[in-house]
Design a protein around this ligand. Sequence first.
Ligand code: UT7
Length: 337
Amino acid sequence: MSPSPAFTRGIEIAGVGSALPDRILSNKDLETMMDTSDEWIVQRTGIHERRVHDPDTGPNTTTLATDALNKALSHAGMQGSDLDLIICATMTPDMPTPSVSCLVAHHVNAGQIPAFDLNAACSGFVYAMNCAHDMIRSGAHKNVGVIGADLITRFIDYSTFGRASAILFGDAAGACVLRECDKPAKGLLAQSMHTDASRAKHLFIPGGKNDFFEMDYEERRVLRVQMNGPAVFKFAVSTFPKLIEETLDKAGVDAHEVHHYICHQSNARILTAARDRFGLPEDRFYINIGARGNTVSASVPLILDELTQAGRVEEGQKIMLLGFGAGLTWASSLWQL
Ligand code: UT7
């Protein structure tokens, strides 16, 4: 992060919003679709149900993203026409082109502003928050809509063959409005972004039969999530604490000074392991995977919105956003609110 010498203002999270499909897919529903059980799913993941789109009636990634951004704008007391940039983190755009952000800019009446999608899988929203912050800090933008939106269940095989990933994922969108403000203390205290494609084959969605990393797979896996669950699990359990430590060190902040650790919701066991490692109480390391599942780039803003609506996010607090996912990618963003 290289602040513009001219930038003496702060950057605030002015509004937060989220959107979910109406349709609930419970563990009991999954029991009728594949060989699994509510008990197995709850024990291994902490998930009871997730929201999923209806392929016939929607919503789609763009409508969920628009809904979430409109709510964030309304929370900030702003309109689409106040935005001068939109970044949407997604790995499941409705179409290869145009981008989700381009369509959202149109739907919120933002005018002919720049808008682009960013793909860092489940780390995408955290990447997007860091980019948006630094683009404001450069002096180029003042009001940025940042979205995390994914309809990952488009790429799930709901048969026993695909059960290890079918039970994990749900659809959702979340959004923030970042705004330049006159309190210089507000903004990012530290950030980290990483990739490691030597482990890309642990979690990927092949686009065609040549995209299997030389693995001997059947063609029915094309356009379906391929995951080595135990390998991803191991990676996440060791990465979350390292990422937290790295970010605290960069900022010179103690773990207990952070009011909320807002982590990508991958699996309750991964999250409780990280929470226990730092001896943090449950109310600082909130877990909502039970009713949402793993919603890819939407999981971090969904939690931020839930905590905000519950009145638990206040000016003066420090919050850390954390993501990890396919790529492999991982990222953090430590904010002074
Ligand atoms: O956003 C990041 C994305 N991904 C993650 O964070 C995923 C991280 N990994 C995980 O959460 C876990 O690895 C899973 C929940 C995916 C799987 O749990 P696990 O404890 O690692 O199970 P496993 O893959 O080692 O499989 C153990 C057994 C196998 O049976 P056998 O070979 O022991 O007879 C699986 O076939 O559990 C079986 N199994 C299931 N059984 C019932 C796998 N999925 C299911 C299922 N229901 N849905």
